[in-house]
Design a protein around this ligand. Structure first.
Ligand code: ATP
Ligand code: MG
Length: 417
């Protein structure tokens, strides 16, 4: 028996309605904020992620699914969405179109990680990226979209925000971090030791218990912000207050990817165990330039749908999303089956979900099947019904019956709806 690869999931027909509802809720909310969908390749050249995500990130250092194609090019299955979007907006000259440019995507991503609850090797993300707005109003608007999505999904989350400064104040902060971690050099994990000189900010995001213990008393970004970054953060808070969005300033939030600056944020859910970050994002004003485009600010977030599902499945009172047939047409004999097919097609035009016997089962077995699928009504067609042109429509819930003209579809619809 061949089994699915470790760290992947099958989304079964019983589970997909909830996924579809989540995706639709997300799309509807994003539409209210003026976002349009962008669809991109599942794989890109490895170079894109090395430059776009950053050489010192966990993703690039340990988690990429990379391979050589038949012509020796290094290809990587997308581990995240932002780098591909930035590549595409540059390549397709969207960077010189009207700004701001608000985009979203619903994608699966691939990371070679140790699978556990809320962490898989192929996982699903909803992400947004908005280009061309540097004002804190843009940060607040993007955060507000995330906030509204969680509200519309009925999920309780908390919002943590931080500022990690810009290219002017970051060097001073890096030095303070470097000096701080230098003292505990011998205890850092190997990856963090490497980060110490390259990018000490990453150490704050390390998942090893020893490194996070050391990081507890590390200098805080907010104490090193330049006046401009400080002003940006203060304005953002004002916008969030106006929106009625509650937040905590959390100096530990730095985000795992290299291209962030100034605003970073995470939505946290209590319902998904230790993998409590359900959505993370921030501002990346240098990334478009880094990938060969013009200097163009950007801000976005990525929401882990696998974790959204974990949180939703903890809840009671989920919406009833089952697609039960409105009507099952049972038939006896070939002529009746042909008629039941014809009727099912005609009734679909009235928006009814109608099924009929495609197997050739006995009447008893057909009724048992209708019951199992949860059909609301049933109707039995045999030779005598065909002759009369009428049949008995039965309400499967209360047993009520009505004699109906089998060619009067308006009437049948009226009873069923
Ligand atoms: P983590 O700290 O949990 O590893 P991250 O910083 O690597 O997260 P991002 O790259 O910011 O995560 O991705 C955004 C969101 O995608 C996360 O908040 C999470 O909800 C989800 N996510 C990331 N990696 C995985 C994974 N392997 N499995 C499931 N969801 C994931
Ligand atoms: Mg990660």
């Amino acid at each position: 028996m061949i089994q699915k690869p470790r760290g992947t999931i099958d989304i079964l027909p019983t589970e997909s309605p909830l996924w579809q509802w989540v995706e639709q809720t997300i799309k509807d909310t994003a539409a209210l904020y003026g976002y349009s969908e962008i669809r991109l390749p599942t794989f890109e050249s490895s170079e894109l992620y090395k430059r776009g995500v950053g050489e010192t990130s966990d993703v690039v250092q340990k988690e990429m699914y990379s391979f050589e194609d038949n012509e020796g090019r290094s290809i990587t299955l997308r581990p995240e969405g932002t780098a591909g979007v930035v590549r595409s907006v540059i390549e397709n000259s969207l960077v010189s179109g009207p700004m701001p440019l608000p985009l979203y995507y619903l994608i699966s991503c691939f990371r070679y990680e140790k699978p556990e609850a809320g962490r898989s090797r192929e996982f699903y993300q909803f992400g947004v990226e908005q280009f061309g707005a540097e004002n804190p109003a843009a940060d607040a608007n993007v955060i507000s979209l995330g906030w509204d999505i969680f509200k519309n999904l009925g999920l309780d989350v908390s919002l943590e925000i931080n500022s990690i400064g810009c290219r002017h104040c970051r060097p001073k902060y890096h030095k303070a971090l470097h000096d701080y971690f230098e003292k505990s050099k011998d205890d850092l994990c190997e990856t963090c030791l490497d980060r110490l000189n390259k990018n000490p900010l990453r150490i704050l995001d390390c998942k090893s218990p020893v490194c996070s213990e050391i990081a507890k008393n590390a200098p805080k970004t907010v104490d090193y912000l330049c006046p401009e970054c400080e002003k940006h953060l203060e304005k953002l808070k004002k916008y969030l207050d106006t929106a009625g969005i509650k937040y905590n300033i959390n100096p530990k939030i730095v985000r795992g990817l290299d291209y962030y600056q100034r605003t970073v944020f995470e939505f946290i859910s209590e319902d998904i165990g230790s993998k409590s970050t359900i959505c993370g994002g921030g501002r990346y004003d240098g990334l478009v330039e880094e990938l060969g485009g013009p200097r163009l600010p950007g801000i976005g977030f990525a929401m882990g749908l696998t974790r959204v599902m974990l949180a939703l499945n903890k809840k009671e009172n989920l919406p009833d999303l089952s697609n039960k047939p409105h009507l099952y047409i049972a038939s006896m004999g070939e002529g009746a089956r042909l008629k039941s097919f014809e009727m099912s097609l005609a009734l679909k035009k009235f928006g009814l979900n109608v099924t009929f016997d495609q197997v050739g089962r006995s009447l008893k077995a057909q009724m048992k099947y209708a019951d199992k699928t949860g059909a609301k009504y049933s109707l039995v067609l045999g030779d005598s019904e065909l002759e009369k042109g009428s049949a008995v429509l039965k309400n499967m819930e209360n047993g009520d019956t009505t004699e109906v003209d089998i060619n009067n579809f308006e009437k049948i619809e009226e009873i069923i709806k």
